[in-house]
Design a protein around this ligand. Structure first.
Ligand code: ADP
Ligand code: ZN
Ligand code: ZN
Length: 742
């Protein structure tokens, strides 16, 4: 007789016992058919009431004495398997990212809401093109930019989805109505969604794909057809035709009767991009975004489940679209940090996508101009098939990059935030009526200490990350806890100008107003974009040339095309290098590459000025030459020497407590659990810390971190499980524990 098989069952979603599975015996007759994700009937509780649940795991050995286990009654047929898939996914997420099963389920399944009758609106042009061009000219004269945007869009596409016009073109309902009143267009509402984009002949002229593009699509689809769906990484600069490849792969996949998820960071979900998808897929494509209500989200969920759409486009949550025949997951700009969730479970979309694609037999296609170290490492190891697209199809040459050493500026007596070179170029571009972007890299720079004379940054002697200033003038390392007193003079050059670095966008704005009183400047940072839609408004205004200079933080470097920008100034390029994070160089390289890529997108060649204290740092040198491969080679060396991901895996454990000592003790206990587990496991690993976290106290709660590095990700998962079990058995309500992998 075979050994009996056991199944872990999650009881129905509405039930409160979601947080742990219940184990059941799989009866003989179900052994060959029961699969993870199946819906089953089981006896539950004292009364053995029959309720339904989902199978989340199958096991050869029981976790409990066998005589304590009941048997599964049967498999429910006719159930949508979509729900089952989502539950299996939630279980996987919970075990890999921590948190409760309920939190994981809420992440992957939208809360049930009453269905509203969904109507769809579209905007139709009602005058002919000649008449329209007269109106367009008039709007141009009067600077009616919103009308101009809409009418120009209608010039190329006489019918447009209403949401696209409102949300992406940024044309308000009153404006649309006033144009309707004038008789230029008509808004119609239908209960069913029909292909709103009526493509005319112009749209049918598709490009001849380049051989590089064709090669990618063919490879992906051939692998898929051979039932060997693969994982691919497309490394290609902006404008190299990646989006066209995504559309091609999606198209071929849909033709075969499968569905496709396309993730695009919200900030890059532009009108132009969406229109390209609408044109190809019409009413079979749908878009989700973070501003949708729960009802709207649920609506999309049902449409996908019923098979009414083939392609979904959206930010990371679109990954949880319950397609029943998923054929491909495509992730654009896969390196983006917005693909990591800030909420529990703190999942990473790329990793989840890899898991989902594996389970569902779908292709996984990642694309980026600056791939994450993790993905490129996998490509180099052969886990992903790597494709490279090298030429810019839109023409335009790479910008000319000047690296300015800020130490030289200070030595020659320039104490302003602008180097002589940058000023000279700003004068030149402004006098020619061209546009400028000034970018200050301020990602997480609070608290680090640097020398204004030589750029020296105080770093931990053990971890090679910057030390952070704490109250009382002590410097603390947030990886290992090493502390030392705040130096009075720079250890490198003896200068007294050593302090925390505090230059912001506002300061730049003031300086610009002083230097160029007649230039029009816009500022974009966390303060000026708090209101919904304000970011789009600023970007649009700049694009419409209502300003000469755009000053901003990392937000300004993404996505958008500004053909009139011929100069990009990066004011303190190495600031992000000093962040106490092992990814500092990677982030810096990505930001600089993207920022530099903003210059010279139009017919005029662009110039870039990178101001830095570390002109010889590899992330700056390679970004200036736009040489990803050179950057990768240097960086992977560092990661491997210092045992950081992707070469080693990293688990961060955050302990939040009301009592500082108690928190520290708990973190020590976790360290002991981890060390014991590592000692008995295969592979190599060790723990570092515990130490106070980067932000050591929030709302009077103390935060300690402990890091565990290991060659094997699954060992880190085991350590997390062991700690969770420990916490469950000794629930100290006053202490919270959070886990974060890599
Ligand atoms: P990416 O996504 O890499 O930025 P896109 O797919 O958006 O690149 O392509 C950049 C531009 O080149 C777009 O305007 C697109 O319409 C155009 N394009 C894409 N593929 C081709 C091609 N094979 N021939 C000519 N133009 C192309
Ligand atoms: Zn110094
Ligand atoms: Zn340290």
């Amino acid at each position: 007789m075979n050994s009996p098989l056991y199944a872990d069952i999650i009881i129905e979603i509405s039930h409160e016992h979601l947080d742990r599975p219940f184990q059941y015996i799989v009866p003989d007759e179900l052994r060959s058919v029961l699969r993870v994700g199946d819906s089953v009937n089981v006896p539950f509780g004292r009364s053995n009431k029959i309720i339904s649940g989902y199978c989340i795991e199958l096991k050869d050995t029981p976790d409990y004495p066998e005589d304590k286990l009941k048997s599964i009654i049967d498999i429910r047929t006719g159930e949508m398997c979509a729900e089952g898939n989502m539950i299996v996914l939630a279980w996987w997420m919970r075990s890999h990212y921590g948190g409760t099963m309920i939190q994981a389920l809420k992440t992957v399944i939208p809360v049930k809401k009453k269905m509203t009758v969904k109507t769809h609106k579209r905007v139709d042009l009602t005058v002919d093109r000649d008449a329209l061009s007269v109106v367009i000219e008039e709007c141009e004269k009067k600077h009616h930019t919103a009308r101009l945007r809409l009418l120009s869009a209608l010039m190329s596409e006489p019918t447009l989805p209403y949401e696209l016009v409102r949300d992406k073109l940024g044309v308000t309902s009153p404006t649309i109505r006033s144009l309707e009143d004038k008789g230029y267009l008509r808004v119609t509402e239908t209960e069913y969604y029909r292909n709103p984009v009526v493509t005319d002949e112009q749209a049918h002229t598709r490009y001849e794909l380049s051989s590089g593009q064709r090669d990618i699509i063919t490879t992906v689809i051939n692998d898929f057809d051979a039932a060997r769906p693969g994982r691919y990484l497309i490394h290609g600069i902006t404008g190299s035709g990646k989006t066209e490849v995504y559309i091609g792969i999606a198209d071929e996949t849909v033709r075969r009767g499968y569905q496709v998820i396309v993730l695009i960071p919200e900030i890059s979900l532009t009108y132009q991009t969406l229109l390209r998808f609408y044109k190809r897929f019409g009413d079979r494509v749908s878009v989700v975004n973070s501003s949708m209500t729960q009802g709207e989200r649920y609506d999309q969920y049902l449409r996908a489940r019923r098979g009414e759409i083939d392609v979904i486009i959206g930010p990371r949550s679109a990954l949880f679209t319950p397609f029943t025949r998923l054929g491909a997951i495509i992730i654009d700009e896969e390196h983006e940090t917005s693909y990591r969730s800030e909420n529990v479970p703190r999942y990473k979309a790329v990793n989840c996508a890899e898991y989902i694609a594996g389970v569902r037999g779908a292709s996984l296609v990642l694309g980026s101009a600056t791939p994450s170290m993790e993905s490129y490492y996998k490509a180099v190891k052969g886990e992903y098939k790597l494709f490279t697209l090298e030429e810019r199809l839109t023409g335009g040459s790479l910008p000319m990059v000047h690296i300015v050493d800020l130490r030289d500026e200070l030595r020659s007596g320039n104490r302003t935030i602008f180097s002589d070179k940058l000023r000279e170029l700003m004068d030149e571009k402004l006098s020619r009526g061209e546009q400028i972007m000034l970018f200050i890299n301020r990602r997480g720079v609070a608290g680090f200490i640097s020398c204004r004379s030589c750029g020296y940054v105080v770093k931990c002697p053990h971890c090679d990350v910057s030390m952070t200033e704490h109250r009382g003038g002590r410097l603390v390392c947030h990886y290992c806890g090493h502390t030392e007193p705040m130096p009075k003079t720079c250890p490198e050059c003896g200068s007294r100008y050593i302090a925390g670095f505090r230059v912001g966008t506002e300061q730049i704005e003031t300086e610009i107003a002083r230097m160029y009183p007649r230039a029009r400047a816009l500022r974009m940072d966390a303060d000026t974009t708090r209101e919904r839609g304000s970011m789009e408004e600023i970007l649009r205004s700049f694009k419409d040339h209502n300003a000469d200079i755009l000053i901003g933080t990392q937000m300004i470097v993404k996505g958008h095309d500004f053909p009139l920008v011929t100069l990009v100034g990066i004011l303190a390029a190495d600031m992000s290098l000093s962040v106490s994070d092992y990814r500092a160089a990677e982030r810096t390289f990505q930001l600089l590459t993207q920022a530099a890529g903003r210059a010279g997108r139009g017919e005029h060649p662009g110039e870039v000025v990178i101001q830095t204290y570390q002109p010889e740092h590899y992330s700056i040198v390679t970004a200036a030459s736009q040489d990803y491969r050179a950057f990768y080679n240097e960086e992977i060396e560092f990661r491997s020497l210092a045992s950081y991901p992707p070469v080693r895996h990293l688990l961060e454990i955050l302990v939040v407590s009301e009592d500082e000592d108690e928190g520290m003790r708990m973190a020590q206990t976790y360290k002991t659990i981890a060390d014991e587990s590592i000692a008995t496991a295969e592979g190599q690993g060790y723990s570092i810390g515990p130490a106070p976290a980067a932000i050591a106290r929030i709302r009077d709660r103390f935060r300690h971190v402990l890091y565990i590095k290991h060659t094997d990700m699954e060992e880190l998962v085991r350590i997390k499980d062991a700690i969770e079990t420990y916490v469950r058995n000794d629930p100290s309500r006053r202490i919270l524990t959070f886990f974060d992998f890599d």
